[in-house]
Ligand binder design. Structure first.
Ligand code: MG
Length: 406
């Protein structure tokens, strides 16, 4: 019996990272947390190091790394590394078997790409990597033979419902389309006026999933579903017209695959990220994830409705970026990250998020994403543009005059 597989958990103090460590801790004979990483959450990473004694602890913020170094007991044997490049090195390290890519946002792209290039089992929770650089990431995985397992719950569900092909990985034989479910977020039943005036705490109060603040806001604007549409097109090599979005407020059906013969296969379960994480860690086996069994009788009803792209324009904007192609998706993602951050800092209103994204998409030129450098340059230009638009708004003292620039 071989020893446990070494797992690098990138973004270990975030919501996905914590759930991953929970599953790892249930199976010490199978998995070892070999590397952990955080941006600057020193206390949380220290606790995780004391519990899991990883070989490496990476902090992308250098000051935070120094503070962690001073507090870690030497006998633990954990080496602290600092900076974004250390994340890339750990992701591609020869002793790592699997990489959980759970860094939030565009910051996760270089390490995710490094894991794909190094041929790792890549557990992909960082959807922004595919949104920004889907072509590069999929090509890198093909070239190196990296096994790419989607952790995003919808894509994990689709992966589970697709037909297996010769290599054990999904194929598309007989598939008509995939149906991507969306909870609709906390504002699903709100009027456009009420949505426009929503506060950060209201946006972060997701009805079903417990998640970080950035993805909670994305879920409230439906940008999360827009990013997931792009993610699905890359992962499963599908044109956008073969991916349908269905609002399903209970978040029990995590997504579905519709076949040529009229069959529709769905994956159901309680909304708990430990299910897709355990699936990714153990694939093709199935292991205990600590998730409560589904009680269909107590659920009684499952509801479905069409998404509303008028009240939730971010979904339309993501579709437009996908249709534009090239670096448009990276531009859309960067503008969204800047706008969400400004919203969470109470600098702009909720209704201004899509307007910042739309204006940025109109202002930044789209290019062919031939290299990581081109993608990162587009990301950078879009961030500057979006930040400038936010700054103009704030200096004009609020939303009253935003129609003057958008
Ligand atoms: Mg998802």
């Amino acid at each position: 019996m071989p020893g446990p597989r070494n797992i690098a958990v990138l973004g270990s103090t975030g919501s996905i990272g914590v759930s991953t460590l929970d599953v790892i801790a249930r199976h010490p004979d199978r998995f070892a947390a070999w590397a952990l990483s955080a941006h600057r959450s020193v206390d949380a990473l220290l606790d995780q190091c004391l519990r899991f004694a990883p070989r490496y602890a990476v902090m992308t913020d250098a000051d935070a790394a120094e503070r962690l170094r001073q507090r870690l007991p030497a006998e633990l044997g954990t080496e602290v590394l600092a900076g974004a490049q250390a994340l890339v090195e750990v992701a591609a390290h020869a002793e790592v078997d699997s990489v959980m890519a759970a860094v939030v946002g565009a910051a996760g792209l270089p390490s995710t790409l490094a894991a794909a290039r190094a041929g790792k089992r890549l557990l992909l929770a960082n959807k922004e990597s595919l949104v920004m650089a889907g072509h590069l990431l999929m090509q890198a995985a093909r070239d190196s033979g990296a096994l790419l397992l989607p952790i995003d719950s919808e894509h994990n569900a689709i992966f589970q419902c697709l037909p297996a092909c010769e290599r054990g990985l999904p194929g598309l034989a007989g598939v008509d389309k995939v149906l991507l479910t969306a909870s609709g977020g906390p504002f699903r039943t709100w009027s456009a006026e009420a949505i426009a005036a929503a506060t950060p705490d209201q946006a972060c109060a997701h009805p079903n999933w417990s998640m970080g603040r950035k993805i909670s806001v994305d879920s409230a604007t439906l940008m999360n579903k827009g990013l997931e549409l792009i993610e699905a097109c890359w992962l499963f090599d599908l044109p956008p017209e073969r991916v349908e979005i269905v609002v399903h407020p209970e978040s029990i059906v995590h997504s579905l695959v519709q076949y040529a013969d009229g069959s529709v296969l769905a994956q159901l379960g309680n909304p708990d990220m430990r299910t897709p994480i355990a699936y990714g860690l153990a694939w093709p086996e199935r292991i205990d994830a600590g998730v409560a069994p589904l009680d269909l009788v107590s659920l009684a009803r499952l509801n479905f409705e069409a998404p509303d792209e008028t009240r939730f324009p971010c979904l339309r904007l993501a579709r437009e970026a996908l249709a534009l192609g090239g670096t448009a998706m990276a531009i859309c993602n960067a503008a969204n990250e800047v706008a969400v951050e400004a919203f969470l800092a109470a600098r702009i209103g909720f209704g201004t998020i899509p307007r910042i994204i739309e204006a940025t998409l109109a202002r930044v030129a789209v290019e062919e994403p031939v290299s990581l450098a081109v993608v990162e340059a587009a990301d950078d230009r879009a961030r500057h543009c979006a930040a400038e638009l936010v700054g103009q708004l704030v200096s004009r003292n609020g939303a009253a005059r935003e129609s003057t620039w958008i």
